[in-house]
Design a protein around this ligand. Structure first.
Ligand code: FES
Ligand SMILES: [Fe+2]
Length: 398
């Protein structure tokens, strides 16, 4: 359970809020690369941390992410012309490059100095694994974009899709940090998790965020160990059977994007089946086919004799339990137990980070040294003899 003040602190991410300021110190997902697939393609609207933005890819393939509203008199640049290395507003023709420099103000007299006085708000972008990441914080504080095992793989080794989540980002992120729900919510699919439905949960802080361990009895002499990770600030690394990463991006305080990324290990491209399992759950607008408005197409008959939920697919199952809490879960009304150990750890980690930033300290897990840019968190599911330490799995790479 959290106090009302703590819940507010964790869930509000708009400009000027403490958590919003914290998020703006990291590279966070802004959109999919496929949304702006080629140079000079149409721009798209992006809403992120409560800000209205527009993204485009210029003639040289560079990405611009702007304040949606033109610096001249506020028209939406979404309707603009993406041409000749810049985005041009359709109202009076002001043209901007990807860095927000005003290149032309054609309605002004030729000797006008106006374009040199204005700088349009623009955020830097980088692409990795089919996701466009952006940094929305102060320029002089910009960290390096971390490299993970999935960010440097060949294109056919990764597949990413996003889905619209009708609730605050933290509810989704907490689901990724909650190993105990797997024995229930997803239980028809995970026999190993059924044998012991009361796992021992361990959380420990690392230089990337929080490592989470769930230990279940897997037989008389074995334990089944599941290791997952929370990567600061918005990523759950949840692989077990397949390699999977979830990145959460707050659209505003009551909506978020979930980026679901699957990846093969080095030398193993993903099969079409693996891609389809993600793709088939969302429509072309990235909205879930099973969603809160159709009760996730829950099948009560199926709930009786097939699955725990009667809802098909991990995405819909996870979305159901998080979106149905309400758009911002009231955490003052919870009753937490041992099974919430890792969720509590994540909240503590985030609260500590947000408070220390308020006190003027540097946020955790930022990378500034290029030598330390590569991170290899271990996420795995494996059987071990009961007397073996789960730590020996940390030598293995997912
Ligand atoms: S409002 Fe954009 S050019 Fe005038
Ligand atoms: Fe889940």
């Amino acid at each position: 359970m959290l106090s009302e003040q703590e819940n507010e602190l964790l869930t509000r991410t708009g400009p000027g809020t403490p958590m919003g300021e914290l998020m703006r110190r990291y590279w966070i997902p802004a959109l999919l690369s496929e949304e702006i697939p080629e140079p000079d393609c149409p721009p798209v609207q992006v809403r992120l941390l409560g800000e209205a933005l527009v993204a485009f890819r210029d003639s040289k393939g560079r990405i611009g992410l702007f304040d949606e509203h033109c610096s001249h008199r506020g028209t939406s640049l979404f309707y603009g012309r993406n041409e000749d290395c810049g985005l041009r507003c359709i109202y009076h023709g002001w043209k901007y490059d990807v860095e927000g420099n005003v290149l032309e103000t054609p309605a002004e007299p030729p000797d006008s100095n106006l374009k040199h006085k204005v700088r349009h708000k623009a955020y830097p972008c980088r692409e990795a694994a089919g996701i466009v990441f952006t940094y929305m914080g102060p320029k002089e504080k910009m960290p390096l974009l971390p490299e993970y095992p999935w960010t440097k793989l060949p294109a056919d080794h990764t597949f990413v899709i996003k889905s619209f989540q009708e609730c605050n980002y933290l509810q989704g992120l907490e689901g990724d940090c909650d190993s105990s729900h797997i024995s229930y919510l997803h239980s028809s699919n995970h026999d190993l998790y059924k044998q012991d439905r009361v796992p021992t949960l361990i959380a420990e802080e690392t230089d990337f965020g929080v490592r989470m361990v769930a230990i279940r009895k897997g037989g008389p002499e074995n334990n089944y160990i599941r290791i997952t990770n929370f990567l600061m600030p918005l990523t759950g690394h949840v692989s077990a059977k397949s390699n999977r990463v979830h990145c959460w991006a707050p659209i505003d305080d009551t909506h978020s994007w979930k980026y679901s990324l699957s990846f093969g290990s080095e030398g193993r491209p993903l099969s079409e089946d693996e891609k389809l399992s993600l793709k088939k759950e969302v429509g072309p607008d990235y909205k879930k086919l099973r969603n809160i408005h159709n009760h996730y197409l829950q099948d009560r008959r199926g709930q009786e004799n097939k699955t725990y939920t009667g809802i098909e697919g991990f995405l819909a199952q996870d979305s159901c339990v998080t979106e149905s809490m309400g758009v911002i879960c009231d955490r003052t009304r919870e009753h937490l137990g041992k099974s919430d150990t890792t969720v509590i750890a994540i909240r503590k980690f985030l609260l500590k980070a947000v408070r220390s930033l308020q006190e003027g300290q540097e946020p955790p897990c930022l990378i500034r040294d290029p030598e330390k840019i590569f991170r290899r968190p271990v996420s795995t599911g494996a059987m071990l003899p009961s007397d073996a330490s789960w730590r020996q799995l940390l030598g293995q790479v997912s």
